[in-house]
Design a protein around this ligand. Structure first.
Ligand code: NAD
Length: 530
């Protein structure tokens, strides 16, 4: 069986570790690969290589660094079909979704191609007499990235592309559930001309993560995953003096106003609620129906959820693939059970779906709940599956309060035809990424991605200018030079005589040493009289 190993110093590194994880095809439940779990020796080697390679890379001109990313982008485009196929075979999402997520990652590469411009500092002339001052951004050193299973290409690219473009070296610890695509990206970076050791992949679990985030040679930690782990990573890494950005889970609400275009609403909920089987941190999992819109919404939404085409992600007709694992499938089903026992109304029940030829796949059909209440488990917790809760609120202010009271603050959206309502919502919601009649308001690569509250620990979001700031340190230089003649370059200077009105003596100012000389006759060039 194929084993995915570590990638260190530009090549496959075979660990002596005897710990492995299993990689499955979620569409049929078959075990397809094993992934090596790094031990302390592997982590040590990766860090040493990153430190060493990082020294030269930090001194490499940004223009040269950006050329590596121009080539990397071409290679991703060349191999996108193969990358998408591998992604679908380990994650389960449909092929077009896999390719789309790789494209979103590639857009970060396109942003990073402009790194010479992005790193330009600020300059102030004459902050004092003959004194200038400028600020510049320099790389941190060694960055570590720890990524989740749901975006094995895009999320690592949010991190390592910006970090490396800024002049750092990088160690990625991808999810052990779908490790093939991150490994392929490492090979493509090498093919693009990235020097060995600047990008390394350490596969593994908590053991490898803990070694990476506590090692004194590591300067920054970027994490994306579930909130409990995000919080742990933030505290542990900070305690070990790392710079940290740590993104956690979500519960994203769509507020549906009575004047909304309901066809747009339903299209948005189907795509963002059930796309990728709900395994997106920007998935919509709650629809807040305001005023009397709830019944009309349920009426339009129900047949669409019932008719969702569920199947293997490689089938072009399919709209929703399987979940990542049997454990996760059981967890999502248990949430649906909990919703029923807590009294929510289950309008569409996808729990008992069975697909011919894929009986061992981790499939669940779309589930739709109505009359969900704020104290229910299915409302409070992130399910990370194709389960949409409709809650009803009488007024806009009640809906806004609900959004703001939730512990997560990743994304939200409002559907309305009224600009004033949309503006009030955008201004007053305590959420990091907001849509207006847009279902998944994911910021483009040249903006930054990050939530509020328990969806992000740390003060920097991912990519965009926040990414550049996170992966660089600010340095400000204030500089003065002695003034005087340029030895061997300037013609001899006629003496400048300063007359001392008290003593009647004159000073020659054209030499650096200001010696008092006796005043005889008319001075040749008096410029100043004391
Ligand atoms: P996860 O937290 O289980 O794992 C994420 C990473 O952390 C993996 O690499 C894993 O190996 C490692 N890890 C797991 N447990 C650990 C521990 N105890 N100590 C140290 N490392 C540990 O998350 P997941 O299941 O892979 O991904 C799904 C979660 O990620 C969801 O909660 C989702 O909302 C979140 N997510 C958030 C964003 C965002 O931008 N906010 C984006 C994508 C996914």
């Amino acid at each position: 069986m194929k084993v995915i190993n570590q990638f260190i110093n530009g090549k496959e590194y075979i660990s002596k570790s005897d710990r492995f994880g299993d990689v499955f095809n979620p569409a049929n439940g078959e075990k397809t690969k094993k992934v090596s779990f790094a031990n302390s020796e592997d982590v040590k080697v990766a860090i040493e290589c990153a430190v060493e390679a990082g020294k030269k890379w930090a001194a490499t001109p940004p223009l040269t660094r950006s050329r590596v990313f121009f080539r990397f982008k071409d290679l991703i485009m060349r191999d996108i079909d193969q990358l998408a196929l591998e992604l679908t075979s380990e994650h389960g999402k449909i092929l077009s979704d896999s390719a789309g997520s790789i494209t979103r990652g590639m857009e970060v590469v396109e942003f990073a191609c402009g790194i010479p411009h992005l790193l330009k500092g600020e300059y102030s002339e004459n902050v004092g007499s003959d004194i200038d001052s400028w600020s510049m951004r320099q790389p941190l050193g060694v960055s570590v990235g720890i990524s989740p299973f749901n975006f094995p290409a895009m999320v690592p690219m949010w991190m390592f592309v910006i970090s490396i473009a800024c002049g750092n070296s990088f160690i990625l610890k991808p999810s052990e559930k779908d490790p093939t695509v991150p490994y392929m990206l490492a090979e493509l970076l090498k093919e693009a001309g990235l020097p060995d050791g600047v990008f390394n992949v350490i596969n593994g679990d908590k053991e490898a993560v803990d070694l990476l985030i506590t090692d004194p040679a590591v300067d920054s930690v970027s994490f994306v995953g579930s909130t409990p782990v995000a919080e742990y990573i933030y505290h542990t890494s900070s305690k070990h003096n790392k710079r940290v950005q740590s993104l956690g889970g979500a519960k994203n609400h769509m507020v549906v106003m009575p004047d909304a275009d309901l066809d747009q609403v339903v299209d948005g909920l189907i795509g963002a609620g059930y796309g990728s089987a709900g395994e997106r941190c920007m998935a919509l999992s709650v629809a807040v129906a305001v005023g009397d819109v709830g019944d009309k919404l349920i009426e339009k939404l129900t047949p669409r959820v019932q008719n969702l085409k569920v199947g293997p992600g490689t089938d072009p007709e399919v709209e929703m693939g399987p979940l990542i694992s049997d454990v996760h499938l059981a967890k999502v089903k248990s949430y649906v059970d909990a919703g029923v026992s807590e009294g929510a109304q289950l309008i569409v029940d996808g729990r008992s779906i069975s697909l011919q030829g894929y009986e061992n796949g981790y499939f669940i059909g779309g589930c739709l709940f109505d009359h969900v209440k704020e104290d229910m488990k299915i409302y409070r917790e992130e399910i990370f599956g194709p389960v949409l809760s409709v809650v009803r609120q009488p007024t806009f202010n009640d809906a806004l309060k609900m959004v703001n009271d939730h512990e997560f603050g990743n994304g939200t959206t409002i559907y309305t035809r009224d600009g004033d309502t949309a503006r009030a919502f955008s201004n007053q919601c305590k959420i990091g990424m907001v849509g207006v009649n847009v279902p998944i308001p994911v910021p483009m690569a040249f903006h930054s991605f990050g939530g509020w509250k328990r969806s992000l620990f740390g003060d920097h979001a991912m990519h965009g200018m926040d990414g550049v700031r996170f992966f660089t340190r600010l340095k400000t230089v204030t500089s003065r030079w002695p003034t005087g003649i340029r030895e061997g370059a300037d013609p001899p200077i006629s003496p400048i005589i300063i007359i001392d009105s008290v003593s009647g003596s004159a000073r020659n100012k054209s030499k650096q040493s200001m010696k008092l000389v006796p005043f005889i006759g008319s001075p040749p060039m008096p410029i100043h009289v004391d």
